[in-house]
Design a protein around this ligand. Structure first.
Ligand SMILES: C[C@@]1(CC(=O)O)C2=NC(=C\c3[nH]c(c(CCC(=O)O)c3CC(=O)O)Cc3[nH]c(c(CC(=O)O)c3CCC(=O)O)/C=C3\N/C(=C\2)[C@@H](CCC(=O)O)[C@]3(C)CC(=O)O)/[C@H]1CCC(=O)O
Ligand SMILES: NC(=O)c1ccc[n+]([C@@H]2O[C@H](COP(=O)([O-])OP(=O)(O)OC[C@H]3O[C@@H](n4cnc5c(N)ncnc54)[C@H](O)[C@@H]3O)[C@@H](O)[C@H]2O)c1
Length: 189
């Protein structure tokens, strides 16, 4: 059974620390910025890939710290993503986060993660997060591609129209809900 509970997080209002500046650090930073380009992110590692430096140059809220992990770096962070190539370091960071009640993702060890990153389908304001419960990230990626190809480009127009209707509807809560359910029922056909 997949017991993961999906939520949509406002990263602009939170402090994220990424530990590791290799391929995994790059993959996770790219995923974060693709969704939340103005998220405050600190990435720490003694060696940081050139692509990460390029991303930081484009995103003023990204701060790079060229250093080995130190627990003092956790202060003030709400979320931590760990992706160093040293399993013992990854485990230590996870323990340090748990001691401070900071939510942590250890990219190469699902059992140590408080949360997983998901594969994200985007069409205008619509966002669909996909998880396979950690069973196959590659399936999640492929299924994202399938859904992206399926969704019409007119979707944003539909959402904009529904927003206008939502704002203009009068009556009590129940009456508004009935009307919105009626209007959107065409989507089921
Ligand atoms: C969705 C996505 C989001 C993102 O990262 O942005 C994501 N992984 C993606 C891609 C991807 N990751 C890997 C491959 C190589 C092929 C393969 O292994 O399948 C590919 C495919 C590729 O890159 O093409 C390797 C890998 N990943 C994990 C492990 C460890 C393990 O399983 O033990 C290993 C082995 C490492 C090793 O062998 O050393 C673990 C996790 N990866 C997750 C998310 C979480 C579960 C999500 C879920 O519930 O499905 C979880 C548990 C934790 C986390 O990372 O949050 C993103 C697709 C984005 C997109 O394109 O849409
Ligand atoms: N979840 C995923 O999506 C996923 C995908 C591929 C690989 N992995 C796993 O993640 C790990 C990292 O892979 P990679 O390809 O990014 O490795 P990499 O060699 O490209 O990068 C490792 C990074 O960790 C940093 N580092 C090492 N010790 C550190 C320390 N004490 N403090 C801070 N930073 C430190 C290095 O400076 C470097 O930036 C591997 O164990 C790999 O198996 C996970």
């Amino acid at each position: 059974m997949n017991t993961l509970f999906p939520i949509f997080v406002k990263l602009e209002q939170l402090q994220l620390l990424i530990v590791g500046g290799g391929y995994v650090g790059l993959e996770k930073l790219t995923a974060v910025l693709a969704n939340a380009p103005a998220a405050p992110v600190t990435l720490v590692a003694p060696e940081i890939r050139a692509e990460i430096h390029a991303l930081a140059a484009e995103h003023p809220t990204v701060k790079l710290v060229q250093a080995v992990y130190d627990p003092a770096l956790l202060a003030g962070n709400d979320l931590v993503i760990v992706g160093t190539n040293d399993k013992a370091v990854n485990r230590q960071i996870q323990a340090d986060c748990k001691a401070r009640k900071i939510l942590v993702n250890v990219a190469d060890t699902p059992a140590l993660c408080d949360f997983y990153l998901s594969s994200v389908v985007k069409k205008g304001d619509l966002k669909i997060a996909i998880s396979t419960n950690g069973k196959s990230p590659t399936f999640a990626k492929r299924f994202r591609e399938v859904l992206e190809a399926m969704l019409p480009d007119t979707l944003q127009e539909t959402l904009d129209n529904l927003t206008t209707i939502r704002q203009q509807l009068t009556g009590d809560f129940q009456a508004k809900m009935d009307r919105l359910n009626e209007i959107t029922s065409v989507l089921k056909r």
